[in-house]
Design a protein around this ligand. Structure first.
Ligand code: ADP
Length: 262
C-alpha cells in the first residue's frame, strides 16, 4: 500500500510540476516576445522623427543660421551630435531586438573578406588620422569567405571604431585578416590597438548589453555599450568566436575566428 501511495504521489508531483511549468512558461515566453516587439517597434518609430530632426539642423545650417553667432552654432552642433547618437542607439536596439526574436537572418554570399576589410579600413582612416592614429591594414591576396558581408562589415566597423575611440592620440591600430590552416579552415580577424586597455574584471562583461567600463568616458565618446554585444551576435550567427586579450594601459587585441560556412 505504501509503495502504491508513493507511486501515486510521485505521479501527482510530476503531473503538477509539468502543469505549473507549462502554464508559467507560456505567459513568460509571451511577455518576452511582447517586450522584444515593443523594443523593435519603438526603435523603428523613433528613427523617422530623429532623421527629420537631423535634416532640419542641416537645413538651418545651409540657410546660414548661426553664422557669426558662436552660441547658436554650438547649439546646432550639439543637436546634430545628439540626433546622430540617438539614431545609432535606435538602430542598435532594433538589431538586437531582431536578433533575439530570430527575425534577423544572415544573407549568405561568397565574397572576398580581404577586400571588405580594406574598404572599411579606408573609410575609418580619416577618423583615425584626426587623432594622429596610424590605422594599418595590409591586404595579402584574396580571402574568399562565405557569409553575410554586410554584417561582417558592421563587425569590422564596431571593432575599428572602438579601437580608435579607446586609443590616445598618436597610437597605432593594426587590422589583420588571414586564413588559419586548421581542419575545415577558418578566417581570422584581428584588431590590435595601443589604447587604454581593458581591466581583467571587465573583459568578460564588455560583451554584455549596455556595459561600459567607465560610463561617463564612454558616453563622451558617443558610446552606448551596445557595439560589442552586436559584434558578438554577428560572430556567433556565423558559428564563430570572439575574444579579447588586453593589458591595461598598453592596448587590446580583439580576435575573431570564423568558420567557412561552405
Ligand atoms: P561603446 O559604445 O561604449 O564603445 P561597446 O559595446 O562597443 O560599447 O564596448 C563596451 C565597452 O568595452 C566600452 O565602453 C569600453 O569600456 C570597452 N572597450 C571596447 N573596445 C575597447 C578597446 N579597443 N579598448 C579599450 N576598451 C574597449
Amino acid at each position: 500500500v505504501l509503495a502504491a501511495v508513493a507511486v501515486l504521489f510521485a505521479g501527482l508531483a510530476v503531473f503538477l510540476s509539468h502543469q505549473m511549468s507549462s502554464k508559467a512558461m507560456i505567459p513568460v515566453k509571451r511577455s518576452f516576445a511582447r517586450q522584444r516587439e515593443f523594443v523593435a517597434d519603438a526603435s523603428h518609430e523613433l528613427r523617422t522623427p530623429l532623421s527629420v530632426l537631423l535634416s532640419s539642423v542641416d537645413a538651418l545650417e545651409m540657410e546660414g543660421v548661426g553664422e557669426g553667432e558662436p552660441f547658436a552654432r554650438k547649439v546646432l552642433h550639439n543637436m546634430r551630435d545628439e540626433a546622430k547618437r540617438m539614431i545609432r542607439l535606435s538602430d542598435s536596439l532594433l538589431t538586437l531586438a531582431r536578433s533575439d526574436s530570430g527575425a534577423a537572418t544572415l544573407r549568405i554570399t561568397d565574397f572576398d573578406l580581404g577586400a571588405v576589410a580594406e574598404r572599411i579600413a579606408d573609410s575609418l582612416r580619416p577618423m583615425a588620422v584626426s587623432k594622429e592614429i596610424t590605422l594599418r591594414y595590409e591586404r595579402t591576396g584574396p580571402l574568399p569567405y562565405c557569409g553575410d558581408s554586410e554584417r561582417l562589415s558592421q563587425l569590422l566597423v564596431i571593432l575599428l571604431d572602438n579601437a580608435i575611440k579607446y586609443t590616445p592620440d598618436g597610437g597605432l591600430i593594426e587590422l589583420s585578416v588571414f586564413q588559419m590552416e586548421v581542419k575545415g579552415q577558418k578566417l581570422v580577424i584581428e584588431v590590435r590597438d595601443t589604447g587604454i586597455g581593458i581591466k581583467p574584471e571587465d573583459r568578460e562583461r564588455i560583451f554584455e548589453r549596455f556595459y561600459r567600463e567607465e560610463k561617463s568616458r564612454a558616453r563622451e565618446l558617443g558610446g552606448h555599450g551596445l557595439g560589442l554585444s552586436i559584434a558578438k551576435w554577428i560572430v556567433e550567427a556565423h558559428g564563430g568566436t570572439i575574444e579579447v586579450t588586453s593589458t591595461s594601459g598598453e592596448g587590446s587585441i580583439f580576435r575573431v575566428e570564423l568558420p567557412n560556412l561552405r
